[in-house]
Design a binder for this molecule. Sequence first.
Ligand SMILES: Cc1ncc(COP(=O)(O)O)c(C=O)c1O
Length: 439
Amino acid sequence: MIRSQQSPASSPASRPAPPAATDTLLSSVGLLALDRQYAVLRESIRAAIDRVCDSGRFVLGPDVAELEKELARELGVPHVISCGSGSDALLLALMALDIQPGDEVILPSYTFFATASAVTRLGAVPIFADIDPTSFLIDPVEVKRKISRRTKAIMPVHLFGRTADMDALLPIAQAAGIPIVEDAAQSILSSWHGRCTGGLGDIGCFSFYPTKNLGGIGDGGFLTTTRDDLAASLKLLRVHGMEPRYYHQVVGINSRLDTIQAAVLRVKLPHLEAWTTSRQTNAARYLDLFADYHLDRSINVPTEEPRGRHVWNQFVIRVNDGQRDALRTHLTKCNVGTEIYYPVPLHLQKCFAHLGWSVGDLPETERAAKETLALPIFPELQPAEQRTVVGRIAEFFNAPPLRKSRDEETRTHAPEQVVDEPHYLRKMNAVGRADDVRC
Ligand SMILES: Cc1ncc(COP(=O)(O)O)c(C=O)c1O
């Protein structure tokens, strides 16, 4: 109904101010505010770092072993093997599966670069599959169609925190005798029929990059597996294939988790479930707010899958009618942080030009790259900030709120003020820093 009031070609940002209550909106909302989490945990994190420095054990060490045990318990998997990053986890997984030059690996093109570079680093060939347009996740029908004699692994990505359709993917992989490597970098604690991602396929790969749901204070990652043989290989491969010391069984890589990272992550892990619940609450609030403004002609909001648990590493909307970039410009002008995950699909990246993919090969992937926009969803995000994000979007589309939001009904008029404002809001640098926003 919003579209019917205007021509899609017109520039919404240049229209007269809409009747949305812009006077109640905040002057800025960051895509991320990692400082809010740190403000709460500062003392415990500093104590953990001190403890490691005092011990003089900086690589692997007791905190790493403890973290691996705690994660295994939390995720319900028998083996957790930490490593240097999520990118290394993907590489190690394919090495453990003995992926060789010329082997094919099926994966989505709509994902972070590391999913595909792990394949090409080994001389193997990424075979990109298109995505489902609603979930943005790999389309199992495409996977089945692209299996060949050379296919040696399938890599679904649980993108944005939502689990790929494992009911469809597992039987396809099992029938073809092909292992599944789950890229779970964005999906810690997400699940499928109650089982955590990372324990659904043969190997799961996770990232501790600071913006992830469980983020360190630098790079880090880990692998999960239910298979004893793969766990043994992964432990060997992450330390140059060395066992015992200075005797090398295979050629591995150096990818160990720093003890400081492990110690900090052990402080954070007990909070992960509560942070995840906050992300879910924030997602539900966005859905209410978008419904309040009746923006459904202009915006498609993300959906949930009843068979899985969505952990909302990102809240990604689809903006219709070619308005994504103009909307983003408007939000940037209003100091609302957003990000595009991902503007160029991997099959069209310059470094993969030699693979021979062209525009039009993966239509849903290419459309998603042009239409999607990630909004702030971090656990400490405040209701007033979410009202500002959606209010600014409504402002762009000239959409008056057609009914009052639940938050609005209970709130007295208080522009620029958050009721019971936590101390981290008073001093925060509201707009996320550019180097912290990649996913
Ligand atoms: C889907 C996906 N795969 C892999 C990675 C790589 O993880 P890392 O940055 O820890 O290397 C990331 C995140 O950066 C990611 O989002």
